[in-house]
Design a binder for this molecule. Structure first.
Ligand SMILES: [Fe+2]
Length: 304
């Protein structure tokens, strides 16, 4: 074995140590890493040093990388890496949670849940951690599907839900946290049409069934009366957010976490706005279309 692995506390995800990352990693090591990614869904790497090259070399083991479409977000000199930092000003919204002006809070979601082809995964590396807060949570949605009762599994199979792009918490219909908006996002964000995705995804590589309830984006179940749809989504979200499906990571600098975006949700807890936090991130491009854009006629039918 070219690296060691052990389950993370709580049993969701694994930790890898003893891995040597370089451009010359053997095909056996790369294959073992890919297998672990699909098997565990969430992989924590520690002790891999501080260079952006290491993050890139490790990221490329899992597929083709997706540069951020907006140049402003790219790490200078590394187009495939994203730099998220509040060191030189704020771009995202600021909320007051429990009286603390908080930056970087993003509720449980799947990346690109509002797109037809979500990305396959991502890697996040802590460069500078904030003195307080700043944790990131991951949640295994395959485990959540598995734990549903048979009746619910049968009821939701084949249903489709509508997902929208949300620039801040105000567009959320479910599980919205009571944070007061102190400062809106200064990002000039494009708009996206709503999409329909199966409520139960079948993972394109493992065949696992996955409960697809990205809380930031989900709006309703198509073709179901609103009351029934709201009650079912609420029930599924409460089920999915149970602590036994979660891993909450307290970062050390230079930790890297890799996740399978098709099989997990994640959440950024945010940190006090006056504390600096810097992370780098890469995105593994999605290759399989999981949803479709909802045509306008259908939206009109839906609201009729
Ligand atoms: Fe995300």
């Amino acid at each position: 074995m070219t690296f060691n692995k052990k389950p993370l506390p709580g049993g969701v995800g694994v930790e890898v140590t003893g891995l040597e990352v370089s451009d010359a990693m053997s095909s056996t090591t790369v294959a073992a890493l890919r297998e672990l990614w699909l098997e565990a869904g969430i992989v924590l790497f520690r002790g891999l040093g501080t260079s952006p090259e290491v993050l890139l070399q490790l990221s490329r083991c899992f597929g083709e990388l997706e540069p951020h479409p907006i140049e402003h977000f790219r790490l200078p000199g590394y187009p495939e890496l994203i730099l998220l930092s509040n060191e030189k000003g704020l771009t995202g919204p600021v909320y007051a949670f429990d009286g603390v002006p908080t930056y970087g809070r993003i509720p449980w979601h799947t990346d690109l849940a509002f797109a037809t082809t979500p990305n396959a995964g991502a890697l996040l590396r802590m460069v500078k951690k904030s003195a307080h807060g700043g944790q990131t949570g991951w949640l295994d949605t395959a485990m959540a599907w598995e734990a549903l009762d048979e009746q619910t599994k049968a009821r939701i199979e084949g249903l489709e839900a509508k997902y929208i792009f949300c620039a801040d918490l105000s567009g959320m219909r479910f599980n919205r946290q009571a944070g007061e908006l102190l400062q809106a996002s200064s990002k000039n964000l494009p708009s996206f049409p709503p999409v329909a995705h199966p409520l139960v995804w079948v993972h394109p590589q493992t065949g696992q069934r996955i409960l697809n309830v990205s809380t930031l984006n989900i709006q309703c179940i198509l073709g179901m009366p609103e009351r029934e749809s709201d009650a079912l989504i609420q029930q599924l979200i409460e089920h999915t957010l149970q602590p036994q499906f979660q891993y909450i990571h307290d970062w050390e600098e230079n930790d890297i976490v890799l996740w399978d975006n098709r099989r997990t949700m994640h959440m950024a807890f945010g940190h006090p706005v006056d504390e600096v936090r810097v992370v780098q991130r890469s995105t593994i491009r999605g290759t399989v279309k999981m949803g479709r854009i909802i045509e306008e006629e259908q939206q009109q039918e839906e609201t009729a």
